[in-house]
Design a protein. Structure first.
Length: 148
């Protein structure tokens, strides 16, 4: 009986400390990896990237203007978002990745992307979105709720 009480106290203590530390973990860095498929992004097509918490409050952005250049077929490009805030991990159980495409002409881009978040506790979370396509001033709202 005495041993059972001590085990329960130990479990409760670990749970409390784990919950407390989890509650304090914040976003340290956010990045995005684009892997272009068989239809590239033209040099003069622009892309705006935003990342938001589950309340749609944007906390990171990156604007790819013409200077970003072409994303060749079967190429990989990585970008670090500029963070305006460092939200808590618990606020990103269901976050949003917004992609806004401003093509020049009739450019169509086929790709997959991976969102990568580095946390203040030294861990990293990722989620990949497959078989994406952007064209004609299209916008995507990708919900990330499976960060691994």
């Amino acid at each position: 009986m005495k041993l059972s009480i001590m085990v329960l106290l130990a479990i409760a203590t670990v749970t409390c400390f784990s919950s407390a530390s989890y509650a304090q973990v914040t976003v340290k860095r956010a990045g995005i990896i684009f892997e272009t498929g068989d239809d590239d992004k033209d040099q003069d097509s622009r892309l705006q990237i935003s990342i938001a918490d589950e309340q749609n409050a944007v906390f990171g952005t990156y604007n790819l203007l013409e200077s970003a250049g072409i994303f060749n077929d079967h190429s990989t490009r990585t970008f670090t978002l500029q963070l305006s805030k460092h939200p808590l991990k618990k606020a990103l159980k269901k976050g949003h990745l917004f992609l806004s495409y401003l093509p020049s002409g009739t450019d169509q881009w086929k790709f997959k992307c991976t969102i990568v978040i580095d946390w203040s506790d030294g861990t990293e979370s990722k989620q990949t979105f497959e078989n994406l396509q952007l064209k004609d001033k299209q916008k995507l709202d990708l919900v990330f709720d499976k960060l691994k």
